[in-house]
Write a protein that binds this ligand. Structure first.
Ligand code: GLU
Length: 551
């Protein structure tokens, strides 16, 4: 009786690993091409950190003409939710992250290196576990959960390292005969890796992001196949990333301390180890304390938040690249018009400690991004968002040609308007351009400098009867407001007013303010000339009458 007999008894039907090695050959890519993946679990919550990793992984693959794929890690079936895979795929799609290979729905995938869902790869893991057992590098462990509890209790009481190693690794030295007998007797077991490591020796590792790190060797006989027949994360990582020919493991730095174990697994399995790039988590400033974005406490930890708020995907990605490489900001300044795909992201320039997430900055990025959109694109995006999240806005946008005029205000020129940061801002920003909204809402007419009732009434009346004309060009339009100011005894020019403050009660700007407030109910709006052109004389007049009635 030898290890082979034991391996055959445990996994009688598992194929020889040569079958898989041939089925999933080295990828035929050009020299230097990077193969990356994102490997989330379908738990029903897609963290912004996962999107960040996916973005980085996709980008470095694309930059080198490599491959980026999506693998679903569903070996912890207790944590899984229904349609969790679809949710991940859809969330990535919302942000324009379409993997080159991987799951495309709950059960199907795209690509030659699949299946890309771990629960569909059971027999592959078993083949590699069998391979290890046959060489005496893995073994069945018959310890019961109660025995495990007792071991942990003792280790804790004695204040020593927890885990299954050294003298604590009870089943490590069971003979093949004994193991076979126990299995034949129907005893339950799991499969453990027989670690060749020693805790008093060190390993050196060069992480692409973290640089040189040193750890004690792994000496834990970790579980590789659980009681349900599925692998643990560690084992699946080694088998999958080997067979899928991943060159760079880009993942959260909570896995950095597992590197000694992972390198050992690659070594014992006879695989070439990949490169590792451990990304620092996205942090939040919480009253002066820097901490990780928390799934429980921070709504912005979920990617669904950005969708709900209507922050454009372009802004989220642009902002994440900002966090990823500090050189991005200068690049953007030098290349305001280029697409982010042209930015050369460097893994080794990513921050070693966690970058701070700044939602205000993200919104600023949103404003700039949206300011570059055409009116048509703003319309489409706002409408899509509204269909899902705001029926009232959807209704407002029904008249497309009118909406295009509204979104076209101060757009397409050198200094485009920058008032929209996200689609959920749109309704408030454009409301006053819509009669049913404007007249049904209470307007707060706060005329500021010019506040005598008669003056205001006179300005509004005169402007409509003697000055405003729908056909005027901008210069004429503006000259007319000056004339009106002059006629009313206000300074025609702000300069003039400043030079002789005692001579005038107000200036042309204050007259404009009166017009603007009567027209829109707001002190801040984009260009009033363009607003008037869209509303037209009849409507302007109606609004002025309302304002006068409410004086
Ligand atoms: N399923 C693992 C996680 O979600 C993946 C880690 C990795 O990328 O290797 O943390």
């Amino acid at each position: 009786m030898d290890y082979k007999d034991l391996a055959n008894l445990i996994f009688p039907n598992a194929k020889d690993i040569s079958y898989y090695e041939e089925k999933y050959p080295e990828r035929n890519l050009k020299e230097g091409a990077i193969v990356t993946r994102v490997a989330p679990s379908p738990t029903g919550f897609v963290h912004i950190g996962t999107l960040y990793q996916a973005l980085v992984a996709k980008k470095v693959a694309a930059q080198t003409e490599g491959v980026f794929f999506l693998r679903i890690e569903d070996t912890d079936q207790k944590r899984e939710i229904e349609n969790g895979t679809t949710e991940i795929i859809e969330s990535f799609k919302d942000f324009g992250i379409i993997p080159d290979e991987g799951m495309i729905n709950e059960t199907q995938s795209n690509g030659e290196y699949g299946p890309y869902k771990q629960s569909q790869r059971k027999e592959i893991y078993q083949a590699y576990a069998k391979y290890l057992i046959a060489q005496g590098k893995a073994y069945p462990c018959f310890c019961t959960p109660e025995e495990g509890e007792a071991r942990r209790g003792k280790q804790e009481a004695a204040k020593i390292r927890p885990g299954y190693y050294g003298v604590w690794a009870k089943c490590r030295n069971i003979t093949v005969e004994e193991a076979i007998e126990k299995i034949k007797n129907g005893e339950k077991y799991i499969i453990r890796f027989k670690s060749p490591g020693r805790e008093d020796r060190k390993i050196k590792h060069k992480d692409v992001i973290k640089g040189n790190v040193e750890f004690p060797e792994n000496d834990q006989d970790i579980v590789i196949i659980k009681a349900d027949g599925l692998p643990t994360y560690h084992f699946a990582h080694a088998v999958d990333d080997h067979l899928m020919r991943t060159t760079h493991i880009i993942r959260g730095d909570e896995w950095l301390s597992s590197v000694p174990l992972h390198l050992q697994l690659f070594q014992e399995l006879g695989f070439k180890a990949p490169k590792y790039a451990h990304i620092s988590p996205i942090m939040k400033n919480d009253n002066g304390n820097k901490r990780k974005l928390s799934k429980r406490k921070d709504p912005e930890a979920a990617v669904s938040y950005y969708k709900k708020m209507g922050i454009p995907k372009e802004a989220v990605k642009e902002y994440l690249l900002n966090i990823a490489n500090s050189t991005f900001e200068n690049w953007r300044r030098a290349n305001p018009e280029l697409d982010i795909s042209e930015f050369d992201l460097q893994l080794n320039k990513m921050s070693v400690s966690g970058a701070l997430f700044d939602i205000v900055k993200l919104q600023d990025v949103g404003k700039t991004v949206i300011s570059k959109f055409t009116a048509e694109k703003v319309y489409e995006e706002a409408l899509n968002w509204a269909k899902e999240f705001d029926k009232d806005l959807e209704e407002m946008l029904k008249d497309k040609s009118y909406a295009l005029k509204v979104f076209g205000i101060e757009r397409g020129n050198k200094k485009p308007r920058k008032d929209i940061a996200k689609w959920s801002d749109v309704k408030y920003i454009i409301e006053y351009m819509y009669g049913d909204k404007f007249y049904s809402q209470k307007q707060n007419y706060d005329y500021q400098v010019i506040n005598e009732k008669e003056d205001i009434e006179k300005i509004l009346n005169l402007y409509i009867t003697d000055y405003y004309n729908d056909e005027d060009d901008k210069q004429t339009w503006f000259d007319k407001i000056k004339e009106l100011a002059d006629k009313m005894g206000y300074a025609k020019e702000v300069k003039e007013f400043k030079a002789n403050p005692d001579k005038y009660k107000a200036h042309v700007g204050d007259v404009s303010t009166v017009l603007r407030i009567a027209l829109t109910g707001r002190t801040n709006t984009p260009d009033m000339y363009e607003i008037m052109k869209i509303l037209r004389k009849e409507e302007i007049k109606r609004r002025f009458e309302k304002a006068i009635a409410e004086l």
